[in-house]
Design a protein around this ligand. Structure first.
Ligand code: SAM
Length: 259
């Protein structure tokens, strides 16, 4: 079943139209921006994208210590995640476009994009007139540098601000919208992360979350946590701190209000 069309977003002078349709057309200029950022030609980038998922997975098990998952994303991955996430967003553009439709229907005010990766969601949110500022948080310094550069190029520099973690003093105490997509399964304590999210959301705020606590049928996601006790703690916290809000866009990505 395809989602019903969203009412058109009123465009505001000076903001780029980073709609799901534009994402389907060019990923918000992703190929060119990434090639420039990495000092590659478009042809060189196209050669490297298809093997990026395998290359990231091949870092494991030598590099991935579950006790030090944060250090893996901050220090070991390097610019590997830029390529892997770009290959995924370009190759699964229909799915990403649906997450952008979902985001467009809820995002407002101060938006936290936690573990924001290459910034597709942060940039699209920042271009929405009902959004004041997007606070992009990601441990990986290469991801932050790329998203900062993309925001400048797309005319959104003042509307996207990038930080390493939620302890940064410049961040708002509470957010109106929280986006955390394809991140929770990368955290050694996703239940604690949910607790922190509940504390940092406005009482009427909305959180858009998904998770995939599975290493893949062929072991293709070796750095996803899948311990049954960790997963059970996660769901107990989810059910005690959040109430689900129905939406018609995706069944794998859910919307929640804090309880
Ligand atoms: C699979 S990517 C998802 C990126 C993006 N949300 C998307 O949907 O494309 C996971 C991201 O989470 C970031 N990350 C992992 N652990 C983190 C942590 N503890 N705090 C902040 N970011 C983290 C990684 O650097 C990476 O960019």
């Amino acid at each position: 079943m395809s989602p019903s069309p969203l009412p058109p977003v009123p465009q505001v002078a000076g903001l780029p139209a980073l709609t799901p349709e534009r994402f389907l057309a060019d990923g918000f200029d992703l190929r060119r921006q990434l090639a420039d950022h990495l000092g590659l030609s478009l042809a060189q980038l196209s050669e490297r994208l298809p093997s990026s998922t395998d290359q990231l997975a091949a870092l494991h098990p030598g590099a991935f210590d579950p006790e030090r998952a944060g250090a893996f994303y901050e220090e070991t991955v390097g610019d590997g995640h830029l390529l892997e996430l770009a290959a995924w967003h370009l190759g699964s553009a229909d799915y990403i476009a649906d997450t952008l439709r979902l985001q467009q229907s809820f995002a407002h005010g101060h938006v936290l994009d936690f573990g924001g990766g290459i910034g597709s969601h942060a940039l699209a949110a920042a271009a929405l007139p009902q959004v004041e500022t997007v606070w992009f948080v990601d441990l990986n310094p290469h991801n932050r540098a790329f998203v900062e550069a993309r925001a400048v190029e797309l005319g959104l520099a003042g509307r996207v601000r990038c930080f390493r973690d939620l302890d940064a003093a410049a961040l708002p105490a509470r957010f109106d919208t929280l986006v955390c997509l394809d991140v929770l399964e990368h955290l050694s304590d996703p239940s604690a992360q949910l607790e922190q999210f509940a504390e940092r959301l406005q009482p009427e705020g909305i959180a858009l979350l998904n998770w995939y606590f599975f290493k893949g049928f062929g072991g293709e996601y070796p750095f996803h946590f899948d311990d049954p006790q960790l997963v059970e703690r996660f769901f107990r916290t989810l059910q005690s701190r959040f109430l689900e809000v129905f939406h018609p866009y995706l069944i794998t990505t859910r919307a929640y209000r804090p309880l």
